[in-house]
Design a binder for this molecule. Sequence first.
Ligand SMILES: [Zn+2]
Length: 167
Amino acid sequence: MSWVEQREELQRECTSIYKPARLVPLNTPNDMAITVGPWILIPKDWSVYSVRNVMEHECRHAQQYQWCGFGIHPIVGIPLFLLIYGLVLLPCFLALPRVFFELDAMAWSTRRKLRDGRMNTADARAKATRFAKAVFSWKYGKPFFWSLGRRWFINRVEQIIREEVGG
Ligand SMILES: [Zn+2]
């Protein structure tokens, strides 16, 4: 079942995470959601579960747009965010801002999910490794060296686990 059938409910959840964020159905099938300013573009054929899974991560990107818009609104931040995020597409291996936007979005959503029990520590660790692999792949334009960058993701998730769960 397409998430679009439960769009209103999902939008309410989305608004409660980050007020300006808007879920927008996308006709083109894609394995990634794309956030542009406050608009989170999600392929129509995704399930409700898949949408919930990425919602926090994408809301954080929308917030990052707001930072790039000097805190005014995510729409204001679109040019600067896209410039920074896309910066140094060529040459590859130097797009560090992209890595940090993704690291921040992962950290933020992982913290929220650990806090209310939607994720356990094993899931959080597995997710960090899996996501780091994706971010350092060609899927994200090979922004940096996997061998150097993956520790950032793993260390960050360990730090969040210490803070949220202890031990
Ligand atoms: Zn992302």
